[in-house]
Design a protein around this ligand. Structure first.
Ligand code: NAD
Ligand code: DAU
Length: 357
């Protein structure tokens, strides 16, 4: 039985990944979810699996060397999937330091603890041990109207968030180059789907529209992102872990570029299609809610991933068309009004105390 240490498993992508893995492997795997439960970590995301055999949760900060080393000492970890990070660009512009701490120092702590636990006296590593560092396409900087990010594209991060993720990627590369540490890096485009914290574009727009609040579009709304349904990302991570060549980077993307204003209009249209005529919220959901606001500082114009390498080597391709993924996402938010209420009121942070203390 393989044992996974998943960092940041109470966040958006981490919790979707844990669900995906138990659906795929069932009782064949053990997952230890290590998360500090910052504002972005929500154990309600894992409520349906928290009692299943094979799953356990440890509240720990990845920068806490002693706590992380203890987890490796107490468990024979086979795979590390490292999601934990500060993830929101706007927050990084206001308060960069925590991004450096968590994303750079935290990654160094994780690498060191895994290396110490896995290495053999001859400098090699115990059989089958692997570390996957989950990163972002933002490390490549910004594209103009044309072109794509490849694995060979030079790093050129602009925001404190992307600079800190680039720093963490460089540390992983340094461990691979210096110590032949058994790792991979994945750089993925924008994810959307269930359990995404409503500070990010798609859940923020869904939530505001349903509440009849303005839809704040930065600048002219012409910035382009490449959207990927989160479950497709979870599948890609698993495939890279199992089939990827060690020491390689794989770009993961949705082949689904859209301007922000297009996304907002699709959300308005889809909400109107999906809400019954009798629902009173339907009347106020229209383009008059769109409000153009001050642009993000240093706002990257366009991201677009070329996922050729992962397709050719591993056979992964995005499976969920945006028109389907956005409906699945909206349906999930319809069915989880309490989740959204708890998150926006801050009540979700009490869940840990109620459940675990
Ligand atoms: P998120 O903000 O939803 O979740 C981050 C999780 O990490 C939370 O559960 C939080 O509590 C935890 N965490 C934060 N600091 C921690 C610390 N010091 N110790 C332990 N846990 C800590 O983020 P997400 O959107 O799920 O992103 C996950 C990873 O994927 C990040 O590394 C991010 O850079 C990367 N990524 C995200 C996207 C995206 O579109 N969201 C795309 C590409 C890559
Ligand atoms: O590309 C991958 C990255 O995607 C991840 O590494 C990050 O963790 C993730 O947060 C995301 O970063 P973005 O900055 O692209 O995502 P965000 O949802 O914050 O914004 C998407 C676009 O929408 C961006 O151009 C800014 C714009 N925007 C965002 C918000 C929150 C708005 O116009 N209005 C808003 O209110």
């Amino acid at each position: 039985m393989r044992t996974y240490l998943v960092t940041g498993g109470a966040g958006f992508i981490g919790s979707n990944y844990i669900h995906y893995m138990f659906e795929k492997y069932g009782d064949e795997i053990r997952i230890i979810n290590v998360d500090a439960l910052t504002y972005a970590g929500n154990l309600e995301n894992l409520r349906d699996i928290e009692k299943r055999p094979g799953y356990s949760f440890i509240r720990a900060d990845i920068c806490d060397k002693d706590a992380i080393e203890r987890i490796f000492a107490d468990n024979d970890i086979d795979r590390v999937v490292h999601f934990a990070a500060e993830s929101h660009v706007d927050r990084s512009i206001r308060d960069p330091e925590i991004f450096v701490r968590t994303n750079v120092l935290g990654t160094a702590v994780m690498l060191n603890a895994a290396k110490a636990s896995w290495e053999l006296p001859d400098g090699g590593y115990r059989e089958g041990k692997r570390f996957l560092h989950v990163s972002t396409d933002e490390v490549y900087g910004s594209l103009g109207e044309t072109g794509y990010f490849y694995e060979t594209t030079p790093y050129s991060p602009h925001s404190p968030y992307s600079a800190s993720k680039a720093g963490s990627d460089m540390l992983v590369k340094a461990y691979m180059d210096t110590y032949r540490f058994p790792a991979n890096i994945t750089n993925c485009s924008n994810n959307y789907g269930p359990y995404q914290f409503p500070e990010k574009l798609i859940p923020l727009m869904i939530n505001n529209a349903l509440s009849g609040k303005p839809l704040p579009v930065y600048g002219e709304g012409k910035n382009v992102r490449d959207w990927l349904y989160v479950r497709d990302h979870a599948k890609a991570i698993d495939l890279v872990m199992e089939k990827g060549r060690l020491f390689e980077t794989y770009n993961i993307g949705g082949h689904n570029e859209k301007q922000n204003i297009e996304i907002v209009n699709i959300i308005i249209e889809t909400l109107r299609e999906m809400l019954p005529d009798t629902d009173p919220r339907r009347a106020h959901i229209n383009s008059s809610l769109i409000t153009y606001v001050k642009d993000r500082k240093g706002h990257d114009l366009r991201y677009a991933i070329a996922p050729d390498k992962i397709k050719n080597e591993i056979g992964w391709e995005p499976e969920t068309m945006f028109k389907d993924g956005i409906r699945l996402t909206i349906q999930w938010y319809f069915e989880h009004e309490d989740w959204m209420k708890n998150v926006t009121s801050g009540d979700y942070q009490k869940y840990y105390e109620e459940m675990y203390l």
